[in-house]
Design a binder for this molecule. Structure first.
Ligand code: ARG
Length: 462
């Protein structure tokens, strides 16, 4: 077994069980690239701080680049007895370039190193997540545009309420995803602060130009308190928390897709390529992709609980508990990215059955509210109008008839304020196009909303 980089004061070797228990290389190997990029920039800062000579720098950078190349080609020989990615890379470097490699860690601790690695990694992944959300928004907007005439029942309590454009319902999800995108963009801003130069907890003895170092690592600012810098994992919580909300939105959408794909609704047919069958029942076609997206919200919520609990009650500054941040984070990143991207594929290939939607919107007295408003316009107080239309609905129910088939004479038996123009308002189309206020479901407003959403995708910084 190799000597530990921290082995100086130890008389006994670490037990095998403790070694296995404390290692993180099995999962933090993901940080290899950011760790090496960080080390190259750090070595350059050590040159400016006069810790390294030009020649030493060259050797170290050459060694680090070679390690990165071999790691990217899958040849890196990482060892669990070296605990984590940081000590593995450092050891590989010393093996490659000799004693000069031992100078790299001057003034740096794994505490500011891991915090910096992780922030670099989260920044990159946040950008990727935002790109996937934007792609999903584009797919939804396309679906809305291609089905701009489709009318469906809008629901409250999962009971038919008022007719809406299918596009309007889709745009509700665009709004949610837009907020998700903003949350990730805000999280990015907070992540974009460099801890390097904080040392173990109190700062560093060497003359590091932290601002220049931050610039070369693509950070827009540096952290301002070394103790906070090494013990802060808010940026991990921010990412997972934004992910939890995103998953909650995807899960709600998935739930609707699952309903719409049932025979009872029949609003949507999922492509065979995104459905699976039953091993027993030959006729089955199941919406497993949507169900798994709904199901995977559970693990992301779990990850959020895990990291909040890991951080709670830790005294300042670094504690090994924090190593538990990584698996929750990595699992969240993988889950959220895969869900956003497969959800877009599933929607893109789905078939919309606008006839079934329209049929559903024609049943269930969805124009009742519009009928009440008709009376309001004839100066009937709203509460009275509500009561009158309630009675009409009850009459329709008894005679098994839809509102739009009521003749003027029949309507007049409930109120003398009805006149010839009333039938015009009883269709789903009329109901929809009377919702003309900003944010409403009239075709004009929905088309405007699509244009706005497109402009937002083009112009936002996120
Ligand atoms: N593997 C550790 C982690 O992920 C790196 C930092 C360890 N620092 C320490 N002083 N033990 O948190």
């Amino acid at each position: 077994m190799a000597k530990k980089p921290w082995g100086g004061r130890f008389r006994l070797p670490l037990s095998k069980s403790a070694e296995k228990f404390t290692q993180s290389i099995s999962y933090d190997r993901r940080l290899c690239k950011v760790d090496i990029v960080q080390s190259i920039a750090y070595a350059e800062a050590l040159l400016k701080a006069k810790v390294l000579s030009q020649q030493e720098l060259k050797k170290i950078v050459g060694g680090l680049e070679a390690i990165l190349r071999s790691a990217e080609a899958g040849h890196a020989d990482f060892r669990a007895d070296l605990e984590d990615i940081h000590m593995n890379v450092e050891t590989l470097l010393i093996e490659r370039v000799g004693d000069v490699g031992k100078k790299l860690h001057t003034g740096r601790s794994r505490n500011d190193q891991v915090a910096t690695d992780l922030r670099m990694y989260v920044k990159w992944e946040t950008t990727e997540t935002i790109i996937l959300i934007k792609h999903l928004i584009e797919v939804i907007l396309e679906l809305a545009e291609n089905n701009i005439k489709a009318i469906m029942p809008g629901y409250t309590h999962l009971q038919k309420a008022q007719p809406v454009l299918f596009a309007h319902q889709l745009l509700a999800y665009v709004e949610m995803l837009k907020r998700d995108k903003e949350r990730f963009a805000q999280a990015y801003e907070r992540t974009d602060s460099m801890p390097l130069g904080s040392g173990s907890l109190s700062g560093t003895n060497f003359d590091l130009d932290r601002t220049a170092l931050a610039k070369s690592l693509g950070f827009s600012k540096v952290t301002s308190n070394s103790m906070d810098a090494v013990s802060d994992r808010d940026f991990v919580i921010d990412y997972i928390s934004a992910s939890a909300q995103l998953m909650m939105h995807l899960s709600r959408f998935a739930e609707e897709v699952i309903l719409w794909a049932t025979d009872e609704f029949g609003f949507m047919e999922l492509s065979d390529a995104y459905s699976t069958g039953s091993s027993l029942m030959p006729q089955k076609k199941n919406p497993d992709v949507a169900e798994l997206v709904r199901g995977k919200s559970g693990r992301v919520y779990g990850n959020l609980m895990a990291i909040l609990t890991v951080m709670k009650a830790q005294p300042l500054t670094y504690n090994r508990d924090m190593q538990e941040d990584k698996e929750a984070l990595f699992d969240t990143i993988d889950t959220v990215k895969e869900c956003a991207s497969i959800f877009a594929e599933m929607l893109k290939t789905a078939k919309i059955n606008s006839e079934a939607m329209r049929k559903a919107a024609g049943k269930g007295y969805l124009a009742a509210t519009d009928l009440a408003y008709y009376l309001v316009r004839q100066n009937v107080p709203f509460r009275d109008a509500h009561e009158i239309v309630g009675k009409i609905v009850s009459y329709c129910e008894e005679s098994n008839m839809e509102l739009e088939y009521m003749s003027l004479n029949q309507l007049k038996q409930f109120s003398d304020r009805f006149s010839y123009d009333v039938q015009r308002i009883l269709t789903a189309e009329a109901s929809i196009n009377s919702k003309t206020t900003f944010g409403g479901t009239s075709t004009k407003r929905v088309k405007e909303a699509i244009t706005r959403a497109r402009a937002n995708l083009l112009h936002d910084k996120a």
